[in-house]
Design a protein around this ligand. Structure first.
Ligand SMILES: Cc1ncc(COP(=O)(O)O)c(C=O)c1O
Length: 466
């Protein structure tokens, strides 16, 4: 008989609602042949979003370099479905840049030529001429296995004792709560103002900082997710300036989770790097190939840019050196994810047919996401007491469910919604919410037909829930 084994209590305590009991039940239901609509996670291709052709064409050549010569020959022979010339040229240039291709370990921080491309992307996105003091530095960029990798490096490095705290928005994406638990730190929650579209005022940020200080907690950093997950909300500039002011006054680093920077649906987005400028506030900004219109979650590509890295007490290192050391323990980020980051920050050559198709596919994905979000929001109007605040961003809606019947929680609601409709959502308590409120998060990713089919069922479920 197995004797059982004692495991790290922090790993036991760690919670991750996005993949918790509700999706587990969904797996059982799917095994029984029941319809399941997995809206618990921002996983676009799992719900039918098609990959961008350009990315996959280049990746196919990078995995099979022999195909570069073959495809060139096909083009020379006039074979109609040979890959476009610019795709072949881009793949060949990337292979040259990498020197070792996809099968070898790379530098721990990732291929240098890709970090250079990321730096160029950041400068052009933020309107910074290269050579300026605020220009991005390829040596301050780490390529990571998704944005998650970067967030974990920062939290692991910053949490040095049980009194170290991280200021995290409530509700939040549970990577942060789970990692803080695992690292043995304190999650200090701040509450954006839901009814003001999840905006931030000074009081929202300072009140929890004062309470934490009174409890002997030293807050090291603030996490800002913009656009938000689960709220979808896009921060206005005033809220961003409040964050920067508070970071300056309280000596906090900023962890800017900017993975949804493309999911803004016509609204203006701006990076924390451009708000901070040359002020010496430590900034760790995260981006990823998982979201936007790319939706390449499974490829696990991302980067973290470090600005104004503090020096590390008792050493002659700065925090950037520590991150590279952490990365070196994992040897290197996966190479196809790195290549995808390169494609995300460069794209096809302007003016080519490849570029035309790319722009068309990009627009289709983003327009569809926006239309799906407004379709789902429209159904909320038919649900008694449901309200959904803030403009639409990211891939999520986070409606407030209003009063639930006595003794029922939003977990009960989401479980029952799953049983009745097959819709897999995340209950608000799993992501954090103001006391006394009940929410759920739904990713607005299913195909239109499925939304049209399931939303009336949800309306009936909601209005009869008891
Ligand atoms: C806010 C936020 N940050 C980070 C991640 C992790 O993304 P990645 O797949 O790049 O690790 C997600 C994934 O949903 C997210 O929503």
């Amino acid at each position: 008989m197995s004797q059982g084994i004692k495991v790290n209590s922090r790993v036991l305590e760690m919670e991750y609602a996005v993949r918790g009991p509700i999706p587990h039940r969904a797996v059982e239901m799917a095994a029984q042949g029941r319809r399941i609509i997995p809206c618990n996670i921002g996983n676009p291709q799992a719900l039918g979003q098609q990959p961008i052709s350009f990315y996959r064409q280049v990746l196919s050549l990078l995995e099979d370099p022999g195909a570069i010569t073959r495809e060139r020959k096909f083009r020379g022979d006039g074979i109609a479905d040979a890959l476009p010339e610019d795709v072949i040229d881009i793949a060949a240039a990337m292979l040259d840049g990498s020197r070792t291709g996809s099968g070898a370990y790379t530098e721990s921080a990732g291929f240098k030529f890709i970090r250079e491309a990321v730096a160029g992307f950041i400068d052009s996105r933020d309107g910074i001429a290269s050579g300026r003091p605020t220009a991005s530095d390829p040596d301050s960029i780490l390529l990571t296995d998704g944005a998650s990798g970067g967030a974990v490096y920062v939290l692991e490095a910053l949490i040095s004792c049980p009194q170290d705290g991280i200021l995290v928005p409530i509700p939040q994406y549970p990577l942060y709560s789970a990692t803080i638990t695992r690292c043995g730190g304190v999650l200090v929650g701040y509450h954006p103002d839901e009814e003001a579209g999840w905006a931030l005022g000074r009081e929202n940020l300072e009140q929890p900082l004062k309470a934490a200080a009174a409890d002997g907690v030293e807050v090291k950093a603030i996490v800002v997710i913009n656009p938000g997950n689960p709220t979808g909300a896009l921060l206005d500039r005033q809220s961003m300036h409040e964050v920067v002011d508070v970071a300056r006054e309280w000596g906090l680093a900023i962890i800017a989770d900017e993975v949804y920077q493309e999911n803004t649906y016509g609204q203006e987005w701006c990076s924390f790097a451009s708000i901070i400028g040359d002020e010496p506030i430590p900034l760790f900004s995260l981006h990823s190939v998982s979201k936007g219109f790319y939706g390449e979650c499974g490829h696990r590509g991302g980067y973290m840019e470090v600005r104004h890295a503090p020096s590390v007490v008792g050493t002659n290192l700065d925090l950037r050196d520590i991150f590279v050391k952490q990365a070196s323990v994992n040897l290197c980020p996966n190479t196809m994810g790195q290549f995808l980051v390169h494609l995300m920050v460069t794209g096809p050559r302007e003016g080519s047919e490849t570029h035309r198709v790319f722009l068309e596919q990009k627009a289709r994905v983003l327009d569809d996401l926006q239309a799906k979000a407004s379709m789902i929001r429209g159904y909320f109007d038919q649900m008694d007491g449901v309200e959904c605040f803030g403009r639409t961003g990211a891939m999520y809606l986070f409606p407030r469910l209003g009063r639930l019947p006595e003794g029922k929680t939003d977990f009960d609601y989401c479980m029952a919604l799953l049983e009745q409709t097959g819709l897999v959502t995340v209950n608000g308590a799993g992501l954090g919410q103001a006391p006394g409120t009940h929410h759920l998060r739904i990713a607005f990713l299913p195909p239109f037909e499925l939304i049209e089919e399931v939303m009336p069922e949800w309306v009936r479920f909601h209005n009869g829930f008891g």
